[in-house]
Design a binder for this molecule. Sequence first.
Ligand code: 7RM
Length: 649
Amino acid sequence: MSETIENLFQEERSFPPPEALASRANARPRIHQEAAADPQAFWVEEAKKLQWKQPWDQVLDDSEAPFYRWFVGGTLNVTESCLDRHVAANPDRIAFHWEGEPGDSRSITYGELLAEVCRTANALKKMEVGKGDTVAIYMGMVPEIVVAMLACARIGAAHSVVFGGFSADSLRERIDDCACKAVITQDGSWRRGSVFPLKKNVDDSLIGQQTVKNVLVLRRGENPVDWQEGRDHWWHEVVPEMSDICEPEEMDAEDLLFILYTSGSTGKPKGIVHTCGGYLTGVSSTFRNVFDIKDDDLYWCTADCGWVTGHSYIVYGPLANNATSLIYEGTPDHPQQDRWWKLIEKYGVTILYTAPTAIRTFMKWGESLPGGCDLTSLRLLGSVGEPINPEAWMWYHEHIGQQQCPIVDTWWQTETGSIMITPLPGITTTKPGSATTPYPGIDAHVVDDDGNRVERGHGGILVIDSPWPSMLRGIHGDPERYKEVYWSRFEGTYFPGDGCKIDEDGYLWLLGRIDDVMLISGHNISTTEVESALVDHASVAEAAVVGRADDRTGQAIAAFVVLRGSEVGHDELIVELRKHVANKIGPIAKPASIVFTPDLPKTRSGKIMRRLLKDISEKRKLGDVTTLANADIVEAIRDGATDPAGEDH
Ligand code: 7RM
């Protein structure tokens, strides 16, 4: 019988935690063992670090699995843990330094943030938004997006943040699905030197829409906007008039905190539901231990609040821990490709949390850009969103971390709410490309097609065998789909949909989505391993591979390669790259074809869309491209891909 997923790529390098970090790390040395001995006791200890109004009387109710409930009977308002208690201790501590794309900047203290949250909460109340309602937030990365989210939480309304790059149609679909009562937006947002018309898209999305009664509009882009009297309200006219006191609504631990839509590969977007008590417990605990946050840290997560990473690790996790963060509004290449490194230098950023897609883009742009800035303030680096190829990990380590900073490669999903598989920087010896081991209290394993655990040294399917506090509570309005998608692959076990291998030391290596696994001559080969072998070559910055239909081998590997710097592709390089993959992981994984391309098709959160590359390779009409960030690249790749350079038959 063939393996569920072959284990091909071997990585020998490893990096122990720096002594100085280990000796004063937030996570105590035996945290994994202690949590494993009694996971619920671990989560109780973490939950107690938050501010509750009423204590819970049951830690976990599993009587209606998979509809689990955590901290049953407990009540809280998450904004008290994130704001009030810190304001009581020190109102002048900075919550956020913010830099706009055009270069303007602001710093906001915890005291100011709480006051603005309360004013905005009172403005929402005046618009008759309250507990049980849902508010759509469609904004760019301005401080007010954080204010808007927390203002909803303050009054017990759920927020549904829709990424500011989505179209009016996508916004409408999400507004309708959860019957939003109000929308919070901006006139326009800055992106790569121009203003994106958010208000215009909101207007278009609301044509004939019934549930939205009010639209609160922040002025930012100063672009002209249409105005519907009675429905539309300027933030600067309404919010400053309000009282800066707003009593926090007492919420049940299991009351809705937010809905966040994930598009998935096909079909209607899923409204992932998160609740108050368990979610905040998970994000607060992981933020403290994974990022090892200290009073004097300046933390920067480069995500957008439109994604779960922004929710958990820009808003709720950092604020629950009284952190000081940087928020940057724009793109990394404006006005120049060194903007991020300039920001790190200017603000003295100590912890940077970003995505492999960004790291690989910087590899392509060349190391002289970070090399020209002072990055010595950095002490810890994080990665999230996709598997990080070992060579990208090494580049991050050398050129951003200056070989001094541990890297935490954090695996998790919108559905998991918080980080699930990760190193702890004072404890874990890291290996480039591995997310290492489950977070304390997390019961993750690798199984074969029949659900049996695979032995070390083998690949398979990632599963999570026990519930955890920050887990999704369902898909909004569709309990059957929730059971079907996440709980039906193996009975009683959460199925994330990712491939994974476990090495001889018990380290986990994420292998990408199960749906992307290729079947080559009876062998299941992960896209991640072949891509990592390609990125391992000195000329390659980024690579995507797909299995395209092939008469002889079932599927053949089609590779798409982005070169570093100013290198140009040629036939000898194709031969060399195929040989490189064969040497690195074996002849079975040698791409049948290699196409050079300036970029890869990506989702708006930066994940490679292999489905489209497969369509191109099999010369099919392209599937849905509406969630694509860079639609024009598809045409460019198609033109290149129909030229059969490097075909091997
Ligand atoms: C946080 C986020 C979830 C999917 C997940 C994986 C992939 C995320 C990693 C990763 C390998 C990682 N939420 N993924 N992090 N794969 N290593 N460190 O990205 O809902 O948008 O996506 O992303 O496939 O299932 S998400």
